[in-house]
Design a protein around this ligand. Structure first.
Ligand code: SF4
Ligand code: SF4
Length: 265
């Protein structure tokens, strides 16, 4: 094997280049997702294979399909379709939720990063918030609130561009959310199943495309903070970029929570 061939193989995880959509679909089928429950991994594989096959059938070039897998558009599309199907079957994850405009305890972000989002979501969130730079933001209401929040109305100022994590969170009890935001455990909140499929699909994209494809994740809180403080998109995304283990850690954490919730019936 020539040195150039060896370089090409190394760039694709040692498996040689993907030359067509069928080869990409086979990579997805063969990918491993340790830590994701097998039922979820299989659901994500089928959905991502269908995404690739459908895009190829519509004449989308392979490079563009790979780009949409890497930047998270594929994972978001898959989650959107899954949610639409659940709603059509009478299983809308928001059914029975207490969620309402101006109820924003779930926008008081716990942890360091406030949520795992993809590159496409990070770019959209930044673009939506950049024009609001310098205005009062969520931290004027609560020190741990998302900077995208309007502190007066407690509405999201990036509503159309809010990431999937924000669309996936529901609760039957706003008082429980208030308790959670204060650090007290209280039942009621739940994450829609489509969010787990999204994380699994993004993990599959990374496994199938190989290490050079830059399938990245970002910290929601940091993107929003940087945008409302006037940083440009490149600087904001550089500061908010996760290290590679973050996606797998989030995928495993939510997978364990899903399994535990199933066990409780
Ligand atoms: S998840 Fe909780 S805090 Fe957020 S809108 Fe719903 S009820 Fe309100
Ligand atoms: S982006 Fe919007 S919906 Fe999401 S946490 Fe921030 S304020 Fe809340």
């Amino acid at each position: 094997m020539s040195r150039a061939d060896r370089r090409r193989r190394a760039a694709t995880g040692g498996r040689g280049p993907v030359t067509d959509a069928d080869a990409l679909a086979r990579r997805i089928r063969a990918a491993k997702l340790p830590g994701t429950p097998p039922e979820l991994a299989e659901r994500a594989k089928k959905a991502l294979e269908a995404f690739v096959e459908s895009a190829a059938a519509q004449g989308v070039p392979l490079a563009e399909i790979a780009r949409h897998m890497a930047d998270g558009r594929a994972a978001a599309t898959i989650a959107h379709v899954e949610r639409e199907q659940a709603t059509a079957q009478g299983q809308d994850p928001a059914k029975g939720a207490a969620c309402a405009a101006g109820c924003a305890f779930c926008c008081i972000l716990s942890g360091e990063d406030g949520g795992t989002i993809t590159a496409h979501e990070a770019e959209r969130l930044h673009a939506a918030l950049a024009p609001r730079a310098g205005e009062p933001d969520g931290r004027d209401w609560h020190p741990n609130a998302c900077p995208a929040l309007d502190p007066a109305t407690r509405m999201c100022r990036a509503y159309e561009a809010r990431p999937l994590i924000c669309r996936s969170y529901h609760s039957a009890d706003a008082a429980a959310c208030e308790a959670n935001a204060a650090g007290e455990p209280a039942p009621g909140a739940r994450l829609a199943g489509a969010h787990l499929t999204y994380l699994a699909a993004h993990g599959l994209a990374r496994a199938a495309l190989g290490p050079r494809a830059r399938v990245e994740t970002f910290a929601l809180r940091e993107v929003a903070r940087a945008a409302v403080e006037g940083q440009d998109a490149e600087t904001a995304l550089a500061a908010a970029r996760h290290g590679p283990p973050a996606l797998d850690a989030e995928r495993r954490r939510t997978g364990r929570a899903w399994t535990a919730a199933r066990g409780r019936g």
